[in-house]
Design a protein around this ligand. Structure first.
Ligand SMILES: Nc1ncnc2c1ncn2[C@@H]1O[C@H](COP(=O)(O)OP(=O)(O)OP(=O)(O)O)[C@@H](O)[C@H]1O
Ligand SMILES: [Mg+2]
Length: 233
């Protein structure tokens, strides 16, 4: 479904990705784990087009999307839930959700998508008129995922959804990621919380200073000594 071939991405003179090659098959949960500054967010941004890869290619469903801007990758079916959630704090919860359906004109379709979001996140329904910024961290993460679901994505990319959240909320978020996957959405999950990410992932990649260090099945990586020492301590 998605293939990155030797992707190199720079911020000015800083090379954040040094030739990343990875793939995601339809229906999978694939996780990208690694420490601070390893290049995880840059990988997702390179895919969604928020930053441009300088070298290599990104192929999504047989189409070269390497140079596509973010709104085009979104229209192709790739939703990116960014690090730090990035909801609009001054807009209402409902307005935040509607942002995710920017390309949809049909009101019935919008309502259908919204009821789908409420199935996964019943709390959101109770808070529609509240300002996004007044929600708790966990609720904002759920809103950010809900907003992405409004795009009806085929590939959902999540950047550290567990960051800064209480363990019980993290459990809920990971449970919902699994459910979304079972409902047919392919998942690319970036996490520093390697243990939990590998537990739900079919496969994983370990990224270190801009390069893929290890790859394998989630269940194998979780047992791997190198992974255990570096990321599961
Ligand atoms: N806007 C930017 N300008 C300059 N350098 C950047 C920028 N964003 C990231 N970098 C650098 O690129 C490298 C990769 O950063 P990236 O944010 O992709 O890492 P990460 O794995 O997501 O880290 P974290 O776990 O902290 O989110 C780091 O060295 C970082 O300092
Ligand atoms: Mg990051």
């Amino acid at each position: 479904m998605l293939a990155l071939n030797n992707i190199e991405t720079f911020y000015g003179g800083i090379q954040a990705l040094k030739g990343i090659t990875l793939n995601v098959e339809k229906g999978e949960i694939v996780t990208l784990i690694g420490s601070n500054g390893a290049g995880k967010s840059t990988a997702l941004k390179s895919i969604s087009g928020l930053v441009k890869a300088a070298k290599g290619s990104i192929i999504y469903k047989n189409e070269d999307i390497t140079k596509k801007p973010p709104h085009d990758t979104a229209l192709s079916g790739i939703a990116h839930v960014p690090e730090g959630r990035r909801i609009f704090p001054k807009l209402s919860v409902k307005e935040n959700l509607l942002m995710g359906a920017f390309s949809v004109k049909d009101k019935r379709e919008i309502d259908e998508r919204m009821s789908k979001v409420f199935q996964y996140f019943p709390k959101i329904k109770e808070r529609l008129d509240q300002k996004g910024g007044t929600m708790s961290g966990g609720e904002q993460q759920m809103l950010a995922i809900g907003r992405a679901m409004m795009m009806k994505p085929e590939l959902l990319m999540l950047d550290e959804p567990s960051m800064g959240l209480a363990p019980i909320i993290v459990e809920q978020i990971f449970e919902i990621i699994k459910e979304l996957n079972q409902a047919g959405i392919t998942i690319l999950l970036v996490e520093q919380n390697a243990y939990q990410a590998l537990q739900i992932a079919d496969r994983g990649y370990v990224i270190q200073t801009g390069s893929i260090k290890l790859e394998g099945l989630g269940k194998d990586l979780i047992k791997n000594n190198e992974v255990r020492e570096a990321y599961l301590a």
